[in-house]
Ligand binder design. Structure first.
Ligand code: ADP
Length: 163
């Protein structure tokens, strides 16, 4: 049984993330979406809110579960019995950092491999930060996130001037 982990901040989950989740879930027996708890970036949504949104958006995928982790990803991978880490690559700008992480993780845990899925072209520009910025200025984010995430974003930003 192949178990994989898709780690990230998911603050919030976008259609780009969902694309990677749907595609990678089709390749493995079980996919754990691992939400990073101790984030250096100060997140807009709490971990619980992020998990709730991910669960809603992926409820059609029966072999996907959502968990949180802090500390080293590789420790979480070992603990969960996962042998694969999934990451998405949008552009060359993602590549250098991702390569460094994958190589470091491979030294730390040779039994865990990282696979990269290149983004669907229509989401190659998309990031959680851009979505927050657009929403913060009152823009329409319906092309970028699911209706549920759009609703959560509206609630979160109510009463705030900008993100
Ligand atoms: P992190 O804080 O680790 O960058 P993110 O939540 O931003 O976490 O992203 C998690 C993973 O999803 C990363 O591998 C990232 O490259 C990938 N990803 C983010 N946005 C997209 C997108 N639009 N298309 C494909 N992959 C994406």
């Amino acid at each position: 049984m192949t178990k994989a982990i898709y780690p990230g901040s998911f603050d919030p989950i976008t259609n780009g993330h969902t694309d990677i989740i749907e595609r990678s879930a089709g390749m493995v027996d079980h996919l754990i979406i691992a939400v990073l708890k101790n984030n250096a970036k100060s997140p807009l949504f709490t971990v619980d809110e992020r998990i709730e949104m991910i669960k809603k958006v992926t409820s059609h995928l029966k072999n996907v579960s959502v968990e949180t982790f802090d500390g080293l990803l590789i420790d979480f991978a070992k603990k969960s019995g996962a042998s694969v880490i999934v990451r998405g690559l949008r552009a060359v700008t993602d590549f250098e950092y991702e390569l460094q992480m994958a190589q470091t993780n491979r030294v730390l845990a040779p039994s865990v491999d990282t696979i990269f899925l290149t983004t669907n072209l229509k989401y190659s520009y998309l990031s959680s930060s851009i979505v927050k910025e657009i929403a913060g200025y009152g823009g329409d984010i319906s092309e970028f996130v699911s209706p549920y995430v759009e609703k959560m974003m509206k609630e979160k930003l109510k009463g705030r001037d900008t993100v």
